[in-house]
Ligand binder design. Structure first.
Ligand code: HEC
Length: 140
């Protein structure tokens, strides 16, 4: 009798702790690094509005992904640096932020809200740039 009750409490405690931990991870935004295919990650750039300012090979408002991959080649901290630039925004690393494009758009990288762009997706996108994964989706 007592044993049955204890077992039930134990099961309940395990469930509560498990949910609590899941909630904690969810609040921290980790470790949701989703396993996305290169094609799916490429689709995220369009979905999240990055392609308004970035192209794989051509500079638009911002530098091309090819130029970014080249600049950070061999930098062991590249992934974290790019992650922070996109999450918190960046200016002055590539262009003088006081200058604009011919259409009057300021050359700054706007910070990206975690609610619209979760950590896991952002990390996948940064890796996609650094590993030049467009070659997988485009065959070169
Ligand atoms: C309004 C235009 C704009 C949008 C939208 C935009 N970017 Fe940028 N991005 C820029 C500019 C301009 C720079 C160069 C900033 C600088 O000079 O420091 C940049 C720089 C970057 C860099 C290089 C940062 C570094 O530290 O060298 C990465 C990576 C990047 N953008 C990724 C993204 C991703 C991913 C998205 C979509 C979530 C995005 N950008 C959306 C304009 C934009």
């Amino acid at each position: 009798m007592l044993r049955g009750v204890n077992a039930r409490y134990l099961a309940l405690a395990v469930v509560v702790l498990g949910l609590g931990y899941a909630g904690f991870l969810w609040l921290r935004g980790e470790p949701s690094a989703p396993s996305l295919s290169p094609e799916e990650v490429q689709g995220l750039f369009l979905k999240k509005g990055c392609t308004n300012c970035h192209d794989i090979r051509n500079p638009l408002v911002g530098p091309s992904f090819k130029a970014i991959a080249q600049r950070y080649q061999g930098d062991p901290d590249a992934e974290q640096k790019l992650f922070d630039s996109v999450r918190h925004g960046s200016q002055g690393k590539w262009y003088d932020p006081r200058t604009t494009t011919a259409y009057g758009i300021r050359r700054v990288m706007p910070a990206q809200d975690r609610k619209k762009l979760p950590d896991g997706e952002l990390r996948a996108m940064v890796r996609w740039i650094l590993r030049r994964e467009w070659r997988i989706t485009e065959g070169r």
